[in-house]
Design a protein around this ligand. Structure first.
Ligand SMILES: [Zn+2]
Length: 175
């Protein structure tokens, strides 16, 4: 059953209760995320499901979708960055407990008993922002081949020649 997302809640209690939430939040209402965006137009759609897994471990299953506007670090122009991500958290009290989680879980370190559940959605959006956002090569305002540094080739999906292809060609030529 879907409930209204509370402003503040004890996540362990929500897991006990097996609460599910879904909603939309205007991006401009995310105080930490909004300054990272070139435009805070638009909204994020989320679901948050609190329950326990088969081993009685508190579990938060979430999904968030949004279109973020970032700045391309090559041409410094706005770029549209769709985010569509699932996450799986388990509330933990300390690092020891965090380390004992199965690998599919990300720890949610509880500093206090209660938190703002909507912060979980904002955290995921912030985590989804790449350290150096770049347009795909075909959409960038700058000529990728001329401007890309060797170490951003992977990120940019550059069309530079693959060194292995060159090696293969040389091998073929020498046959
Ligand atoms: Zn660009």
């Amino acid at each position: 059953m879907l409930s209204q997302l509370p402003e503040q809640a004890d996540p362990l209690r929500l897991c006990e209760q097996g609460k599910d939430f879904a909603g939309r939040v205007a991006l401009r209402d995310f105080a930490r995320l909004a300054p990272l965006l070139t435009s805070s137009e638009g909204e994020a759609a989320f679901t948050l499901g609190f329950d326990k897994d088969g081993e009685g471990r508190a579990r938060i299953r979430g999904h968030v979708e949004a279109v973020l506007w970032l700045v391309c670090q090559r041409c410094m122009q706005p770029m549209r960055y769709p985010v569509n991500t699932d996450f799986l958290l388990s509330p933990v009290q300390g690092l020891g407990e965090a380390e004992s989680l199965p690998p599919e879980f990300d720890p949610l370190l509880l500093e206090e008993r209660s938190l703002h559940p909507v912060d979980l959605v904002e955290d995921e959006l912030i985590l989804a922002i790449p350290p150096a956002p770049l347009h795909p090569a075909s959409e960038c305002g700058l000529d990728v081949a001329a401007y890309s540094a060797p170490d951003d080739e992977d990120v940019a999906g550059s069309e530079k020649e693959n060194p292995f292809a060159v090696l293969q060609q040389m091998k073929r030529d020498s046959d």
